[in-house]
Ligand binder design. Structure first.
Ligand SMILES: Nc1ncnc2c1ncn2[C@@H]1O[C@H](COP(=O)(O)OP(=O)(O)OP(=O)(O)O)[C@@H](O)[C@H]1O
Length: 276
């Protein structure tokens, strides 16, 4: 369980990236969803003991991320957004070295590394120097490290950013098979819907909503999204939410009708409106 109490981070330039964020993440896979700049990376960096909070408290499985750093580091694995692999080492060497550093025997590390690299779709390139791999493949090397770690809690900061659709599916499938508790940040709604038991939506460093996909979608239950008609403006788009019966009457009248998704929750919460 991950727990924060009034967690605040104010950077040196005065940016308040987290603003008294109190949250309990209790899902097997919990997602932190938010737009660019919402505070997701700041939260992950604090939880994974890479950054100190300005004030407030955060606990991972009961251990304080400031006072119990060593204990926290033992039970977590984290892939930072900006991680980049060492050029000449192969994906297999990367993952194997990482696992041996975490206490795996060499044979166990090799076996696990090979298995996980195949799972994320890097089976054919696991012996190549990583600097010969594409950007998306390099990203997958780090996702594979976190997945293979088998840590109690694994933090994945935007694990599928920059990946093509097939790679994204491979990573999703590997993530679903993990035994670890996972905290994942994303701004892809479909990723959160596909993977996450619990979702926390944050904006400007504050918690906007927390719950299962069903909980979050409940304000719009029974409705559909109509694009091309309505008072809600998202960029150049007019949007409204209407009952299915009402939507049927709009068919053929130059509108697009779509099922409700988490994106709509972001819209009704005001997170996708034009900036005032
Ligand atoms: N080192 C830093 N110094 C000053 N401000 C920072 C620093 N790192 C992040 N910020 C600011 O803190 C806020 C939150 O940033 P953060 O990277 O946590 O957001 P995010 O939700 O992860 O965004 P993204 O989806 O774009 O990665 C932003 O306004 C950002 O500009």
């Amino acid at each position: 369980m991950i727990f924060t109490d009034r967690l605040t981070k104010i950077y040196k330039d005065g940016t308040r990236a987290l603003d008294e964020l109190s949250i309990t993440l209790d899902g097997k896979i919990s997602c932190i969803l938010g737009r660019n700049g919402a505070g997701k990376t700041t939260l992950i960096r604090i939880l994974s003991t890479q950054l100190l909070p300005t004030s407030g408290k955060a606990l991972i499985e009961g251990f304080d991320v400031v006072k119990d750093v060593k204990k926290v580091r033992k039970i977590i694995a984290s892939i930072p957004q900006e991680a980049s692999p060492m050029g000449i080492a192969s994906p297999l060497e990367h993952v194997t070295m990482y696992l041996t550093a975490r206490g795996f025997s060499i044979s166990e590390a090799l076996r696990t590394a090979k298995y996980v690299l195949k799972e994320v779709g890097l089976g054919d390139v696991m012996d190549k120097p990583t600097d010969e791999l594409s950007g998306g493949m390099k990203r997958k090397v780090f996702v594979a490290m976190a997945i293979a770690s088998n840590a109690d809690v694994v933090f994945l900061d935007e694990p599928t950013t920059g990946l093509d659709p097939i790679s994204r599916l491979e990573v999703w499938s590997a993530i679903k098979q993990m035994k670890s508790k996972i905290i994942l940040t994303t701004h892809y709604m479909e990723e959160a819907e596909e993977l996450c038991e619990k979702i926390a939506i944050i904006n400007k460093g504050k918690l906007v909503e927390y719950g299962t996909v069903e909980d979050l979608l409940s304000p719009l239950r029974g409705k559909v999204r109509v694009e091309g008609k309505g008072d809600i403006r998202v960029g150049n788009l007019s949007i409204s939410y209407v009952d299915e019966e009402e939507a049927k009457k709009l068919v053929g009248k130059g509108v697009i009708i779509k099922p409700i998704s988490l994106e709509d929750i972001m819209i009704i919460k005001g997170l996708y409106y034009e900036e005032e």
